[in-house]
Design a protein around this ligand. Sequence first.
Ligand code: PLP
Length: 382
Amino acid sequence: MTANSRPVDDPASGSAPGPLPRPGILDVAPYVGGESKAEGVERVIRLASNESALGPSPRAIAAYASRAAEIHRYPDGGSSELRDAIARHHGLDAERIVCGSGSDELISLLVRAYVGPDDEVVYSRHGFLMYPIAATTAGATAIAAPEKSLTSDIDALLAAVTDRTRIVFLANPNNPTGTYNSAEEVARLHAALPKSVLLIVDAAYAEFVSRNDYEPGIALVDAALLDGAENAVMLRTFSKIYALGGMRLGWAYCPPAIADVLNRVRSPFNVNAAAQAAGVAALADVAAVDRAREHNDIWLPWLTRELTALGLTVNPSVGNFVLVRFPDGARNADAAFAHLQSRGILTRKMGAYHLPEWLRITVGTEDEMREVIAVLRAFLGA
Ligand SMILES: Cc1ncc(COP(=O)(O)O)c(C=O)c1O
């Protein structure tokens, strides 16, 4: 009998430890989300979680509210209307779309389905934290491939693949670095992977990207399938440009076999009714998405320019956030974080991403952007 399965009343168990979780679970540092409160400050500016600057579409709010009198009913377990709406919007096959309670849930489900103890999951060194968390929870080893210029390095990812690798995660664009890989690079990564290794392209910020050489993953998944390779999945979310983070809504575009697997492992009603309704309405409000993109197209470069003019280093971003480096000494990132927080401005510390000299700042409203720059200017004495 292993230590993990020893009953609590076994005298050999000493101080009656109670049930133990599976190996790996206690190695996981719980995910710490962005702060949402600042003590003693009336007006809080939330720039810590890459939420939408402009808020949700009024049509999504109305759709959400319209479900209120029906909350005694179970939702449609297959999210059919929502999958149809996504399929129409993107020109996809609804049968190959699986919705989740946030793309976080889909990350966990894919790891649960394809990864076990002693397996390996490859991701890039400053990649989204949910990848190593999900891998470790499964008792697997998360292998961090080095990056080049804070950008996922295709050769390094490939070099990290062994015969134990089950999944390679690529956030494109990546959070928190804000950088992206071209369609050609991602295709090269996929082409060089064994067909038994699943490539998951997480395109949470895809709608913000306007680069000719970028592709969110739809073409990749389809091209792979045409080639007989059922090992590429794209993840998307309604939490960013669609501004529905509080609803928890994401989706996966998969080869048929992987959609089938996800539909087996997900819980039967994993997406609640209000989230499904809000998602359908948000997709239909094309003007709201255009406004959010146009806002970001103005204020992302503005924020980048102003921070640079303050003497700070800003990593070039194509998302709705920037990663900004502070100097050593009294004006370091921790001091800047505390100073901003004392003024009610919440940003994200980056220690967990091995980037302790940096803060991540989400693009907010015009007022919020002007305020953050004014506060930082005073902090830096610039
Ligand atoms: C790269 C990336 N993937 C996935 C997620 C999770 O999104 P969701 O809210 O859909 O769970 C985030 C959220 O910040 C993210 O940055």
